[in-house]
Structure formats: C-alpha cells, structure tokens
Write a protein that binds this ligand. Structure first.
Ligand SMILES: [Zn+2]
Length: 393
C-alpha cells in the first residue's frame, strides 16, 4: 500500500458547527481517488491511496469525511463535463426556466453560478439576464466560454466573491449545483455568498441528500471528492451561522434524490422546509443509531459479496466487470477486488465513450475498452459484476 499522508488533513471538528466530538461511522479502507482512472504508463507505478472514513456530528447532523485529500490531487485530471450527460442538461434546462420565471426581473440582473463546469445551466439563462460562471478547472471553463458563458477561473470564496462584486455588482441569484459536497471551507464560501448576494437575492444549492444515501444503503456514493453528505438539518444550521434563512426546499429526482435548497437574507421558512425537517426526524437522520445501522449493512454487503466472489473463483469461474462509474471504484476497493478476481473490466456506456473520445484521452479504461472488444470474442464469462452508472433522472 502506498499511503500518501502528506496530502491529507484530518477533520477533527465539524465543518459546520465546530463540534469536536465527531463519531466515526464507517471505514471504507485506503482508497485511490475514485475518478483517478490511470493511463497505461501510470498503471506500472504504485497508486496513491488515502483513508476513506465517514463521521457523524450529533450536534448539527452532518455526515462528513474524516480525511480531506488535497484538492490539487483530486481534481488534477478532473474530466467530468455536465454537458456530456443528456439527463443533466435536461434537468438544468428545467432549473433555468424556474429561475427565469421566479427571480429574473430584467436583463441587467446578474446570475452567478460557482462550480459552473461547462456552463450547461448558465447557457440556458444567458439570453434573459447577465450570467457569470466561476470554476477552478481551466479545461471546463474553456468549454463554457465557447458556449458564450463568461467564466472566472477561480475557487469561489470570500476573496473571489469580493472581486466579482466590485467588477460585476451584486447577484440576484447565486447557484451551486452538486459542488457543496466538495467544499472543505464551507464558511469561506458562505461569506462569499453573503457578500455577493443582493439583499433581495436568493442562493440556490443542489446537493445529494443524505436520506437517499442512508435509505438505499449506497455506501458506494462515498468517495474522497464528496467531503459532506447533507441533510436539511445540517444545511439549515450552516445557513443560520451566516444569517441566512432556508426559505424553501424540494427533493428533485437527480442523482437519486437531491436537496434543492433556497436561502435568503430575508424571509421565513416555508411549509416545505418544516415538512422535510419533520420527515428527516422521522427517518432518524438526526440520530446516531441510523448511521451505525447503515455501517453494519455496508459491512455485511462487503462480506457477502466477497465470499461469493471467492467461491466462484475457487470453482474456476471467470468474472467480468461491466461499467466504470466513480462509485464502482469505491465498491471495488472496499471489497478489495483486483485483477486476480475480475478477468476483464470494462464496458462503457455510450455517453462515456463519446466523452472519452472527445477529450482525446488514452486512459486505462479506454485501453481496456479496446481490449474488451477484441476479448469478448474469445471469453465466455459466466459471471458479470455489474458496476452501474447512477440513474440521473
Ligand atoms: Zn456539526
């Protein structure tokens, strides 16, 4: 094992409320970055692995990772493009219409999205108001600019928000879709939001809902890029710390169920907020015991699957792997499945093949794909280990 500890920090206090008594829930072992697909050359070198442990805060109900891997390691080769996923594009088109209908008053209104990726959402809004993307990854920012979406290459936080405010003015709407889970210093980001948001503006974020993770027992959704797994209780606590009010919430059917939360500087919590808070309590999402049960189930799944694979191999069966989502890597590594277990990985879904081709990459996965198209003619695999891609909608 090659454990690079120098690029990891241990989170001893809750990211949201600062509570120092965090309770370890589930240890998924030392894992490589889930999106770190390797080139053929990189395969010959030892791969960096980092601890993957989740912990729970009984004070604000946040589930989060105990170890934070340096984002320069995790996002060095970040390749995810929103526009490459048709269901996500459709989802953002719907969100753009909702924002236009509910919040845009005139063409000079400013909408800022951080973690704007390739500009899929903002490009759907750009005819109706001023739009500005903020994203640290140069590669996707270039794609956004090609779509006509002005994009600042930066991490969003208090400093960058101040620069944006001075240059472009305050925003009527600030958006953060599927990025909040990635953020280490959430307070710096919240300070940026309060500085940039107009007094009558709205901040809308979408994040994975921890209720979905726990309900489905989907421990494979846990990987280093996802530092926090939010409940409405946790997000409300964060909003409160920064003088914001959660005015509205809905669970939208993307990535399972996703929390779409609206925060404002003024206003009151609506019925939707009260309803979901009650539901979270009844599901036990504010209690330690439900998370410990989740961990026990994950361990049981690991043992059952591992025993099954061992048995099949003892009987000289060949097992093939199918699919290559990031969550598949959490599962494979937690179960310690490697070359000795699976003869052949991987087949890609159509959109991922297109994505890999468009980026002109020679990844290990692509290499395997070529191998597979040849090898399927000679292999007669009786067993296939499915690593399905999450259903977006
Ligand atoms: Zn907390």
């Amino acid at each position: 094992m090659n454990l690079v500890v120098t690029r990891v920090t241990v989170q001893r206090q809750c990211r949201i409320c600062g509570n120092g008594r965090l309770i370890p829930i589930l240890d998924l072992g030392a894992q490589p970055p889930a999106n770190g697909f390797l080139t053929a050359r990189q395969l010959k070198r030892p791969e960096a692995r980092f601890p993957l442990v989740v912990q729970f805060c009984e004070s604000c109900s946040l589930l989060s990772l105990r170890h934070t891997v340096d984002s320069r390691v995790l996002f060095k080769n970040y390749r995810y493009e929103t526009g490459a996923s048709a269901p996500l594009v459709a989802h953002f088109a719907e969100e753009a219409r909702m924002i236009e209908r509910q919040f845009i008053r005139n063409k000079s209104d400013l909408v800022v999205e951080f973690g704007s990726n390739d500009g899929a959402l903002l490009s759907a809004l750009k005819g109706t108001c001023r739009v500005l993307g903020v994203d640290p990854a140069k590669s996707v920012a270039t794609l956004a600019k090609k779509r006509g979406v002005l994009t600042v290459t930066a991490f969003f936080g208090e400093k960058s928000a101040e620069r944006i405010r001075k240059r472009y003015g305050q925003a009527r709407v600030i958006i953060a879709n599927n990025v909040f889970a990635h953020i280490d210093d959430v307070h710096d980001v919240m300070r940026g939001i309060t500085a940039l948001l107009r007094p009558d503006g709205v901040f809308i974020s979408e994040s994975h809902w921890v209720g979905n993770l726990i309900g489905e027992g989907g421990f494979d959704q846990i990987y280093h890029e996802h530092l926090s797994y939010y409940s409405l209780h946790a997000l409300r606590c964060l909003a409160h710390e920064h003088g914001l009010v959660v005015t509205k919430v809905e669970l939208v059917p993307i990535h399972g169920e996703c929390l779409r939360v609206s925060m404002r500087k003024q206003g009151v919590s609506g019925a939707s907020v009260k309803r979901l808070l009650r539901r979270e309590k009844s599901l036990g999402l504010t209690q330690l015991s439900i998370f410990l049960t989740f961990a026990r189930k994950a361990d049981k799944t690991r043992m059952t699957l591992r025993q099954l694979i061992n048995k099949l191999i003892r009987k000289k069966n060949t097992i093939a792997g199918y699919g290559a989502p990031a969550k598949g890597n959490t599962l494979l590594n937690y179960l310690q499945i490697g070359k000795r277990d699976i003869a052949l990985l991987m087949i890609f879904y159509a959109e991922e093949i297109a994505f890999l081709d468009s980026a002109n990459m020679n990844t290990h996965s692509k290499h395997s794909l070529k191998t597979l198209s040849h090898a399927t003619r000679s292999y007669d695999d009786r067993y296939c280990f499915l690593l399905p891609k999450p259903v977006h909608a």
